[in-house]
Design a protein around this ligand. Structure first.
Ligand SMILES: Cc1cc2nc3c(=O)[nH]c(=O)nc-3n(C[C@H](O)[C@H](O)[C@H](O)COP(=O)(O)OP(=O)(O)OC[C@H]3O[C@@H](n4cnc5c(N)ncnc54)[C@H](O)[C@@H]3O)c2cc1C
Length: 305
């Protein structure tokens, strides 16, 4: 029923059985029952209106740099935001306002801001993915996060309504953004407004250098989804994984990086199940050795409960 409703009401193509591994940075997982990549927000509203009535599984996919998909066929709809990538930059003296759609690549925004001589986004140097993914997970580094930049967020709600949230109507903390902290009902970040202040170029370049240097202990040029686990309060997940002996641990083609223990890599055609089981093993080992229960940072899509 919901498939017929979608086919009759959406203007973008609907693809059955789309390979999802190629859309995620980890390069693992199965196929989507129904996949769509709309270029118009109107289609997202229609999808959310139908979803509000028929409640099929719905997964939002940005750049795929923080997700792992289950293997086999993933029931329901995968909505890719990559074609929803408009933006408007408005600089007026020492202040600039950027309005940006969910699917816009975050690295593009970050480099534009500092190349124009504005400060605030340097911490995000090296964070891949889209604006939507960055806001949903409050991506950050070095104690700064996307939430610090946000003036306004526009969402599409269950049922299809558009809602505007001003600063003060949402809150955020380490890898958590209040509007997206629960998976039900599903809420879509359509666009957001960010504010930046002008700063001397030398200061901005110095900040970028500092954040760039902080990434030298991370693996590059490999299939990963960034940090697998969130840092527990006052500690680092990488340190706990390291002292628990997890570096080099592997399940099938998935392995814990030797360089940074919080990076799980797809080294040899890992499946979604390999990555899931490796995460479980790491969590169990760290719990046995340190008593700390690590919480996943990577979003597991299509694995059920
Ligand atoms: C090499 C590497 C380094 C990284 N470094 C960092 C880092 O320093 N700091 C950090 O925080 N992260 C880091 N990450 C993780 C990741 O890049 C970020 O979390 C990123 O912001 C995810 O964006 P994405 O578009 O890829 O989201 P996806 O991986 O596609 O999705 C992530 C989550 O956001 C949801 N989502 C995506 N778009 C929307 C939307 N429009 N509305 C609602 N929900 C949405 C998805 O449903 C999913 O639950 C790193 C990843 C890699 C591979």
């Amino acid at each position: 029923m919901w498939k017929t409703d979608l086919k009759n009401n959406m203007t973008c193509p609907l693809e059955e059985g789309r390979d999802l591994a190629s859309l995620s940075a980890l390069g693992a997982g199965g196929r989507g029952e129904l996949f769509m990549e709309p270029a118009e927000m109107r289609d997202v509203s229609v999808l959310f209106r139908i979803h509000g009535k028929e409640h099929f599984p719905l997964y939002i996919l940005g750049g795929g740099t923080n997700v792992v998909f289950a293997d086999g066929e993933i029931e329901g709809v995968v909505l890719s935001t990559r074609r929803l990538n408009g933006w408007r930059w408005d600089a007026d003296g020492s202040t600039a306002v950027l309005e940006v759609d969910a699917g816009c690549p975050f690295p593009l925004v970050v480099s534009h801001v500092w190349k124009e001589g504005f400060t605030g986004a340097e911490f995000a140097h090296g964070i891949p993915g889209t604006i939507g993914g960055a806001v949903a997970g409050n991506a950050g580094a070095g104690g700064r996060s996307v939430g610090d930049l946000l003036e306004e967020a526009t969402t599409i709600e269950e049922g299809g309504d558009v809602q505007r949230w001003k600063r003060g109507e949402f809150d955020y903390s380490y890898r958590r953004f209040s509007l997206f902290s629960s998976s039900s009902p599903v809420r879509f970040l359509a666009s957001c407004k960010m504010k930046f202040q002008q700063a001397p170029r030398s200061e901005i370049e110095q900040n970028v250098k500092i954040f760039r240097r902080a990434r030298t202990n991370q693996p590059h040029g490999v299939k990963s989804a960034g940090c697998a686990f969130k840092n527990p309060p006052g500690d680092s997940a990488g340190r706990l994984l390291d002292i628990s002996g997890c570096k080099g641990l592997h399940v099938g083609g998935a392995v814990v990086s030797e360089l940074h223990a919080n990076f799980l890599l797809n080294r040899n055609n890992a499946t979604g199940a390999d990555i899931f089981r490796l995460m479980e093993s790491c969590r169990d080992i760290v719990f046995q050795k340190t008593g700390v229960c690590l919480e996943p940072e990577i979003k597991l899509l299509g694995f059920g409960n």
